[in-house]
Design a protein around this ligand. Sequence first.
Ligand SMILES: *[C@@H]1O[C@H](CO)[C@@H](O)[C@H](O)[C@H]1NC(C)=O
Ligand SMILES: *[C@@H]1O[C@H](CO)[C@@H](O)[C@H](O)[C@H]1NC(C)=O
Ligand SMILES: *[C@@H]1O[C@H](CO)[C@@H](O)[C@H](O)[C@H]1NC(C)=O
Length: 556
Amino acid sequence: MEKLLLVLFVVWLNPSSAAQLGVVQTEGGLVEGWRHRMGLFRTVDVFQGVPFADVPGMWEKPKPHPGWDGILKATKYRDRCLQVTLLQTKTQGSEDCLYLNIFVPQGRSLSTNLPVMVYLFGGAFLLGASNDVEVLGDSLYDGKEMADRGGVIIVTVNYRVGTLGFLSSGDARMPGNYGLWDQHAAISWVRRNIERFGGNPDNMTIFGQSAGAVSVSFQMLSPYSKGLFRRAITQCGVALSPWALQRNPMALTKKIARKVGCWKFNEDEMLNCLKKADPVDLTKAGSIDVLLLLGKGVVMDLLELAPVIDGDFIPDEPSNLFHNAAQFDYLAGINSMDGHIFAGVDVPSINSKTNTTVEQVTHLLARLTKEKGNAAVPSAIAVYSAHWGSSPEPAVVKKTVVDIETDFLFLVPTQVALQLHAKNSSGARTYSYLFNMKTRIPGFPRWVEAEHAEDLQYLFGKPYAFPLVYFPRHRDLSGYMIAYWTNFARTGDPNRGDSRVPVPWPPFTPNHRPYLTINHKMSRSSVNYDLRSHYVSYWTQTYSKLPAKKNQEEEA
Ligand SMILES: *[C@@H]1O[C@H](CO)[C@@H](O)[C@H](O)[C@H]1NC(C)=O
Ligand SMILES: *[C@@H]1O[C@H](CO)[C@@H](O)[C@H](O)[C@H]1NC(C)=O
Ligand SMILES: *[C@@H]1O[C@H](CO)[C@@H](O)[C@H](O)[C@H]1NC(C)=O
């Protein structure tokens, strides 16, 4: 009897009592992943390093994968796309990098018809990978917790970045946007193959953060996405962000050509030389040097390798393409201090004990608005210092610096995108949020709230995966975010789905503009209206009407 109980107990604990996918047939061949146990009768089938396209040619669109014989063991992440390291001193990764990873939650019976969420990573179009940012031995973007808790399939994908992903001549010779085409190829692969993994191809959501959010936004606006997916989420970035587009790609290409010894008066010869150059040298030539700023520009100016209006994937100004996005349900938001990381470089005194001066604030505004000459500075400083009084607390001035960068780089473009989407959509929904959980990054001043990218650890369920390094309030927040996000993927409404939410999140419409403030304490008072509308209208009405400076030549 005891023996029998023991056997029963072992069977009961054995994760094989949860259903398992085993070997899956894809269009390229058979793939086999591995299973991770989440709890009783709950596992996640993980497939890492599944190819969605062939090894790409340099500055060519991705091509279909030729396929393989036998069973491809999808048990390890593949290389990231060739890129500079975070410190910009070396390169890492490979040209053979067009792979994706799939996380499928399983219960007692095999999952079918699950909603599918495809994640596009951030990294300024310069670096990053589907398995980026190692946190305690696992990737920040590991999809297991979100898949298991939300009952959705998570897919994370690689795409080309840096010089190889985004260099462009601004015309048909080298159109650019290779990284966006990679994303499109990955999303299309998921659409064609995910049913075999238990997903519903008619129920796909794409989501991303920072440059990944800008990418999601471009995928929504591109005419190539018609009917490809149903919903989209942008976290801290949209195609209207001032850093989302390279508007003078040939000047940048010439600069890169100089660095790799390919500068030639004849442009065709120069482009031919670039096409024969060493990919590692080209990648290094795309690195950024913060020291070059010397107080003249702002960090934003250094983010040069970016998508371009190519007349094809992006046929026009993003603001003219919102009719293409009208079919998708859309959820978008920002972190309350998204601009802090940029502000800390542009105005270093904000993070030190030194007072930040009015001159420093004015100088920042002048650099951010240099497209208008000096015309915008008086009105901008008036708007941003209106609440200061005669002798503002040092922290108030520092926080104003962060507000300026957050508004300019993230908040205002996101509000404009939400409005254009809500106005164009007929039937599709729109939702707006502000994530303002206090920072967990040690060493920052006390007034710092949610820094850029701090939302991701909660969305990807790190407080559950690593309970010892988080507090219960972090798990509450993580649970709320996973619930809203995966409900939205399931139904197009963050309130309806398999997960309970702490407070109803009303939709954003042209005339009724609520936003949900997301943190660990959520109640009815988390719903507010017209996010920073005074500042939004300054930038979209007053500022945008100022004439642009005539001669906008960039110093090379
Ligand atoms: C819809 O989007 C277009 C761009 O595609 C924009 O010009 C237009 O203003 C939007 N429509 C409405 C009613 O806002
Ligand atoms: C910083 O500002 C505060 C408040 O205006 C003031 O009391 C303090 O003396 C200033 N510190 C320095 C070093 O100027
Ligand atoms: C999307 O998935 C949900 C949950 O499985 C389901 O109720 C809904 O009908 C699906 N939508 C479509 C278009 O298949």
